[in-house]
Structure formats: C-alpha cells, structure tokens
Design a protein around this ligand. Structure first.
Ligand SMILES: [Zn+2]
Length: 456
C-alpha cells in the first residue's frame, strides 16, 4: 500500500503534545497523592501514557538532529496501518489456539476484523469475503431465526448484531431469512418495551440497540410493532449523572449509553431522554490528561470507549438548534486531537494490533473500536441530507493516518447503509432539528439550561 507523504496544514508533533500534557500531569503526580487504590491506579496510568508520549518526543528530537527528513516524518504520530492490516488479516485466516475460548464469538471476531480492515482502507480478497459470508449464513438458527456465535449455537442478540453488520459490509444481507428474524425478535420483545438478549436470557439496553440496529438494516416491515414501548423503557435507563445504565437504576456506563442513545436515534425518539444531561456526562468522560475516554466515572481510560463515547457526539450534535450552529460548526464537542493522540501514541503495538491502555496486548475488539473512534475523531460529517459523503477532516499526524468514515449509529462504513434502512444522514450528522434548548453560561461558555423537549 502506498503511503501518502503529503503533510497536513497543521501537524502537532509528539514534542508539542507532550509539553501540553506535562503541565497537566504535574497536578496529579507531583503531589504524589496516594489515598486510594483508584487514585494510585490513575497516577500509574498517567505515568504509562506519559512514558509513551516521551518516547515519541525523544525519537522525534533525535530524528530532527539527524536531519533525516524521511525519518522525521515517520516519527510523527503515525498510524501503523500496514502492521494493523497484517495483524487483522492473519486473524481472519487463522486464529491462534488462545482464541478457542471465543468459539461463541465467531460472528464478533469476523465483524471486528472486517470493519477494522475497512477503516484502514484494506479491501478483502474475494475468496475470504465469500467464505466469511458462507460461514455467517450457517450461524442463523433455522428453528428460531436468530444468529448464534458459531454454527449450530444458541441464537443471541449480540452476535446477531455482529453477523448482520458483517453481512451488510460484505453486501450479503440477502442471506438473512428476514421473516424468521422478525419472528425471533418479536419473541424477545417484553411487555415493558425492553428486549431479552436471548430466549429466557437477561434484559438490558444492549438487547434494545442490537434489535433496533438489525431491524433497521434489514428494513423489517414490522418495525413499529417490534418496538412498542421501547423508547420509554430506554429513557428509564438514564441515570442521575446523565449517562445510561444497562437497566433502570443501574450505573451509567459508556457502552450502555451508546446503545441507549443510538437506539433512541434509530427509533427517532430522542425526546425520551434528557439530551442536556447526556451531553454533559459524555463530555466529562474524556480524560483530561490521557485524552482518551473512560467508560464510567472514576475509571481508567480505555481505547474502546474512543468509539462508544465519541459516537454519541455526532448523534447529540444533530439535535442542536440552529442558533447553536456555530458552537458545533466544523468540530464535534470533544477534543478530537487529544483523542487521536491517545490512540496513536499510547494504544498501538509496534508489530500490529491495538490495545486498551498502555502497557497492553492487542486484540480484535480493541482494534475495531479504537479505530472506529479514531475515524469519528478525524471526520466531521457536515453534509446535507442528500450529500452524506461531505465531510471535513481534522487529523493528528500525517495524512497517511486518515481512516475511512464510519456510521456513528451502526458502526459500519456509510457506503454500506442500505437504502430504506430508515437512517438518513440527518440521523448521523448535524442538522437543525430543534429538539433541545441550550442557554450558555456567559462566563464558562457551558450550557446551564439545556432542556429536552418533545419534537413538534
Ligand atoms: Zn476496552
């Protein structure tokens, strides 16, 4: 693959970013606070991220003094594209024995790898694409209609979501038995609007999101009846903090918050929650020092939340009223540059693959979601309803780092969204639908009175 050597107009170097981080780190580490395990772990994590940045800065400084321009370019925060492609392709062809415990996650492994490769600009060989589609088609249970994690396994909503997403990317949704799928989803729908993950399984907001996403992509004709009462149940999962828990009354969590709000967006029912509190909660999950996101209050940074949290912003910003258009113009309401810096400097293994936090070991899950978050942070979708491909790009590092765009609501390439799936670009990109009111504080610039209200 050819590397683009063209430089972006503004290229933050590891040295300039580390200077920014050093000021902030001293407030946490110089005082040597050691009052709890949580604080100790946080200080340790900041040190690990600091070490990653320092290595980049030192290497960049050495290459400047050597005067080697090619080496200098390579010392910028660089996406290890070819190494990640190699890591993911190897796992698509032949999984190591250590993955045997993930036998019930075969559909997930396929989706994570295929989507990550797409983001990296790598198209699958025809033979791999055909055998993956064949394998996935054998996972739809002929008696129930849902997909299992592997052939002849019990149908489950999470792997059904992964299998349908993967088949959508492969252009083979024709392999899904839609009437059987609709009937199976109906059997999981509870009278209070919630969804079980499988027959007699647990109920949580992941089930709702997976069901809504699958039903939208397959354009199931029974959509309205399948989700009666669902938006109201999801709204009850929003917590006092503003995020969403898995079920009503549980702790706010980045993964559940994504599932809840993406589901409400796909149901066209964001009026069922308080967007003001969700926006505030999501914005405060980005770690001040590390630049990545944490999944819950007082937890450590983790690269998978680069997607689960950042993808909330396109969905939330599309609800901003016109008078706030300038606030959301040209950039998402989180620090896109710092998030890219975290993924590029702290989460890449030199030999390929991405992990959650340093020091770590790579896995396909974190490859998929850290790259998906990187894609959201790089692209601002500003297109109109009929021009969803319009975007502006904010890159940290070389243009070579640029990924393909992902849909914030389904997390597949925008180009794969079937026509008639119920998602217009207005659901994924900023628009002017005034379903929230925001009053900005004159001093802080932060909203003090953002109220969700019924869309008229
Ligand atoms: Zn993670």
């Amino acid at each position: 693959m050819q590397r683009h050597q063209q430089q972006a107009a503004h290229l933050p170097t590891a040295s300039s970013i580390i200077a920014l981080h050093t000021d902030e780190m001293t407030s946490a580490t110089a005082s040597q606070i050691s009052q709890s395990q949580t604080l100790d772990a946080q200080v340790e994590q900041e040190q690990a991220c600091y070490d990653c940045l320092r290595r980049h800065a030192a290497a960049a400084a050495a290459s400047v003094s050597s005067g080697d321009q090619q080496q200098q370019q390579q010392q910028q925060l660089l996406l290890l594209r070819e190494e990640h492609i190699d890591y993911l392709t190897r796992r698509l062809r032949n999984l190591p024995a250590s993955f045997s415990g993930l036998d019930a996650s075969q559909a997930w492994l396929a989706y994570w790898s295929v989507h990550a490769l797409y983001l990296l600009g790598e198209d699958l060989d025809d033979d791999i694409a055909a055998s993956l589609a064949d394998l996935l088609s054998t996972m739809q249970c002929p008696t129930t209609g849902g997909f299992g994690g592997g052939p002849h396994q019990v149908a489950h909503l999470a792997v059904t979501y992964a299998a349908v997403n993967c088949l959508c990317i492969l252009g083979r949704l024709d392999l899904v038995d839609k009437p059987a799928m609709s009937s199976w989803l109906s059997s999981l729908h509870q009278t209070d609007g919630s969804y079980r993950m499988q027959v007699d399984g647990e109920t949580d907001v992941r089930g709702v999101y997976c069901a809504v996403s699958v039903a939208r992509l397959l354009n199931l004709p029974e959509f309205d009846s399948l989700f009666e009462g669902t938006a109201e149940w999801v709204g009850r999962c929003q917590t006092y903090e503003g995020g969403f828990g898995g079920v009503p009354g549980s702790e706010a969590h980045g993964g559940y918050a994504y599932c809840a709000f993406a589901a409400l967006k796909l149901l066209n029912r964001t009026d069922a929650c308080d967007c003001r509190r969700l926006l505030r909660w999501a914005a405060t999950r980005q770690m001040r020092f590390e630049g990545g996101f944490q999944g819950r209050t007082n937890k450590l940074v983790d690269s998978c939340y680069s997607f689960w949290l950042s993808a909330l912003f396109p969905a939330l910003q599309s609800s901003l009223p016109p008078r706030l258009a300038t606030l959301a113009e040209g950039a998402w309401l989180f620090d896109q540059e710092r998030l890219q810096c975290y993924v590029l400097a702290c989460c890449q293994k030199r030999t390929g693959g991405l992990f959650d936090k340093p020091p770590g070991s790579p896995d396909p899950y974190h490859c998929c979601y850290s790259l998906s978050g990187l894609s959201i942070a790089q692209h601002y979708l500003s297109g109109s309803d009929d021009r969803p491909e319009q975007s502006s790009v904010l890159l940290t590092g070389e243009r070579y780092n640029q990924l393909r765009m992902t849909c914030p609501l389904h997390n597949i390439g925008l180009e794969f969204l079937p026509t008639g799936c119920g998602l217009s670009s207005s659901s994924a990109a900023p628009s002017a639908s005034p379903d929230v009111n925001i009053v900005l504080d004159a001093d802080t610039g932060f909203d003090t009175d953002l109220k969700a209200k019924e869309s008229s």
